[in-house]
Design a protein around this ligand. Structure first.
Ligand code: SAM
Length: 231
């Protein structure tokens, strides 16, 4: 049984870089459940080894088949407690898991609990140390690569609210170029490689930041959270 007396699927947040960023409760739950469902079993195994967690892992990722989901549903039917983790941060936040959670809720109603085990998430970490007011913000996840991208930048330019989104190494310069085009006066704060060795916050107008990343091309690598404050 889970923490209570009902079979439980735990949604467990894991570190976004620094391996110490995991809660005591997350460690205990990962030890107690019957299986850990992982986006990438090798990545999660490193974390489990670090905390001496011996629980068996099973893969569950964006391309998992319906068959895989039925295996998971059957485990829950048999009273097995499960923990879902992603490679980093909070599962289901721009990460796989939403379909599974939805499926479990529809299949079991109140018979199986879905319980969040809170912890790191890149967007909250970035906002918390950005100096930008986060009383209200809009989170866009990853921006579309092609269709709808330009329209979205036009919407961002009209926004009165802070906007936060995730960006990769491959598109950070392209994104800054679009911000220069549509929202040149806005303040941008970029949280890069948060909690890792080369963690960095860069702030300025889109043009200032693009220049910084162009001059310091080594800083174009890594993981990015982009915060856009209307000005
Ligand atoms: N579920 C995760 C969370 O709760 O933060 C997000 C997963 S999403 C697939 C990965 C994206 O999150 C990266 O491309 C990057 O934009 C952002 N991200 C994850 N870790 C980060 C870090 N350490 N520093 C900055 N951004 C990060």
């Amino acid at each position: 049984m889970g923490e209570g007396d009902i079979t439980t699927l735990y949604i467990v947040a894991t570190p976004i870089g620094n391996m110490e960023d995991i809660t005591l409760r997350a460690i205990r739950i990962l030890k107690e459940v019957d299986y850990v469902l992982c986006e990438d079993t090798r990545t999660t195994q490193n974390l489990l080894n670090r905390y001496d967690i011996k629980t068996k892992t099973m893969s569950y990722h964006a391309h998992s088949t319906e068959n895989k989901e039925s295996v998971i549903i059957n485990l829950l039917k048999n009273g097995k407690n499960l923990a879902l983790v992603s490679d980093a941060g909070t599962p289901c936040i721009s990460d796989p898991g939403v379909m599974l959670v939805d499926h479990v809720k529809k299949e079991f109603g109140d018979e199986v609990k879905v319980v969040p085990i809170p912890g790191p998430s890149a967007l909250i970490s970035a906002l918390s140390a950005s100096g930008v007011s986060s009383a209200e913000f809009i989170f866009l996840g990853f921006l579309p690569h092609k269709k709808g991208r330009e329209t979205l930048f036009k919407e961002i330019a009209q926004s009165k609210r802070v906007i936060v989104f995730y960006e990769s190494t491959h598109r950070i310069l392209k994104t800054l170029a679009s911000l220069i085009k549509y929202a040149p006066t806005f303040k941008i704060v970029i949280g890069r490689e948060l909690t890792k060795q080369f963690e960095q916050f860069v702030e300025g107008t889109p043009a200032e930041i693009l220049e910084y990343f162009t001059v310091n091309s080594d800083k174009q690598r890594g993981e990015f959270v982009v915060i856009v404050e209307p000005k």
